[in-house]
Design a protein around this ligand. Structure first.
Ligand code: NAG
Ligand code: NAG
Ligand code: NAG
Ligand code: NAG
Ligand code: NAG
Length: 402
């Protein structure tokens, strides 16, 4: 683990001092079923860190972390790449249902020399958990958040996590828990995440669209939903627009967008041994689409991924007539993180879609430096928010213990 860059840590502490005394809000979701669901944590790197180090902090797979950020995950040695301090990342996580509330599956952190509850909360985990929440999750006696922890002491770190049925306005969505930073407004957060102030206010049950640094907002991101049977071990796979997910033991990669929000899966190029990905009684391999113009329309056959069932990659062969033949499949472009990411930059896919044949290989990474391109602005029409959602949402107020 890299030591925190002193400057980065100091900058964060100033930011948090500015928020000192203010109430930090977070949105929680009541839940009943034991099902877990997929979500994302918005995490800003506090120091230059290797991909594998960030992944280890959250108990995530390095390739999955890269894929969730549309960063090149397939090239050899990608886990050892250094990501720059200040880079905002989306960390894939799963929310469990504990004591009637959605909570992130707990991550364990081993305290290092000079760590305190406050630095673990505010610096290492960038505000995703407060010192009080870490203290409570570990049943620690009331202690000063600035007291040194014993090096090697293992702490459970509770993260915010919401799924809201993996839908937003009845469309598939994956929810990002986002820590509000100095200078953010609800307008700027909405604009940089392709959503609207109205939607963010409804999702977070905000009386007025005002946020303070340290608040945690649930941000719905448009996503591609899977339709795997519920006995598949990757049932419920959900991929945010413009990104990738790895599944079936990293044998299969699935992507979403940019042109449409249909999940599209192909064999991944990173795994060692995978079961067959050929559709039975067909020459088509997972991800292959063939199109044949006929007098009655276009005859389309495809071999798609149907989930990991009993450790085996299930495939689904489908064919039918369509009015027009589909064009080549477009993949979300993969990016290289800029080495000079600033606190203000936002990681968003480049607007130019990469070319890609149906069933072809994922195109190579685009030019370095594109990662600072600003997100396009979008608006969602017809934001009629069902009232019942408000009933399901509770807003709890936590106090930053600074
Ligand atoms: C959750 O979504 C499913 C469809 O994906 C729908 O059938 C169900 O009614 C939704 N539940 C709630 C509580 O909105
Ligand atoms: C998905 O992302 C692409 C660019 O990355 C954008 O053009 C498209 O509008 C997005 N789709 C939705 C539904 O937000
Ligand atoms: C494959 O084709 C054979 C003979 O045409 C048929 O008996 C078998 O059920 C088919 N298998 C599948 C999985 O469709
Ligand atoms: C998975 O395997 C078990 C036995 O190994 C079997 O009973 C079950 O039907 C299988 N499930 C599916 C969906 O094939
Ligand atoms: C089918 O998919 C495989 C793997 O992605 C690819 O190598 C092959 O070229 C594709 N074939 C066709 C006909 O699209």
């Amino acid at each position: 683990m890299s030591r925190p860059a002193a400057a980065a840590a100091a900058a964060l502490l100033v930011i948090l001092a500015a928020a000192g005394g203010a109430a930090a809000k977070t949105t929680i979701e009541p839940c009943a079923s034991a099902d877990s669901c997929a979500a994302l944590l918005g995490y800003t790197l506090y120091a230059d860190m290797k991909v594998s180090e960030v992944a280890a902090l959250f108990g995530a797979d390095p390739a999955a972390l890269l894929a969730a950020n549309a960063l090149d995950f397939a090239s050899p040695g990608s886990a050892n790449r250094i990501l720059p301090a200040g880079l905002p990342l989306r960390v894939p996580t799963r929310c469990a249902c504990n004591d009637g509330v959605r909570k992130s599956v707990s991550v364990r952190y081993s305290a290092r020399p000079a760590d305190t509850l406050a630095t673990v909360a505010d610096v290492v985990f960038a505000g995703l958990a407060s010192a009080d929440q870490i203290r409570n999750a570990n049943g620690l006696a009331e202690v000063d958040p600035d007291a040194l922890l014993d090096a090697g002491e293992t702490l459970v770190i509770p993260f915010p996590c919401v799924c809201f049925n993996s839908t937003d306005n009845n469309l598939p969505a994956v929810y990002l828990s986002y820590v509000v930073r100095v200078g953010d407004t609800v307008e700027s957060i909405a604009a940089s995440h392709a959503t609207t102030v109205t939607d963010l206010s409804n999702v977070n049950a905000m009386g007025s669209p005002i946020v303070a640094p340290g608040d945690i907002l649930a941000i719905p991101l448009p996503a591609c939903a899977s339709a795997f049977p519920n006995f598949a071990s990757d049932y419920g796979l959900l991929v945010a627009n413009g990104t990738y997910a790895l599944t079936a033991g990293n044998c299969v990669e699935c992507s979403c967008g940019p042109g449409d929000l249909n999940l599209y899966c192909t064999p991944a190029s990173l795994a060692a041994s995978c079961s067959s990905m050929q559709c039975p009684n067909s020459s088509l391999v997972l991800g292959n689409v063939t199109a044949q113009p006929t007098s009655g329309g276009c005859s389309v056959s495809s071999c798609s991924y149907a989930g990991l069932v009993n450790g085996t990659i299930a495939t689904l062969l489908s064919s039918g007539l369509q009015a027009t033949c589909p064009g080549p499949h477009q993949f979300p472009p993969l990016m290289e993180p800029s080495t000079a990411a600033s606190h203000g930059s936002f990681l968003s896919p480049s607007p130019a879609p990469g070319p890609g044949e149906a069933g072809g290989a994922v195109p190579g990474s685009s030019d370095p430096g594109r990662s600072t391109s600003s997100a396009g602005s979008f608006s969602q029409a017809g934001l009629v928010q069902p009232l019942h959602r408000l009933i399901f949402i509770l807003s709890l107020v936590f106090y930053l213990h600074m």
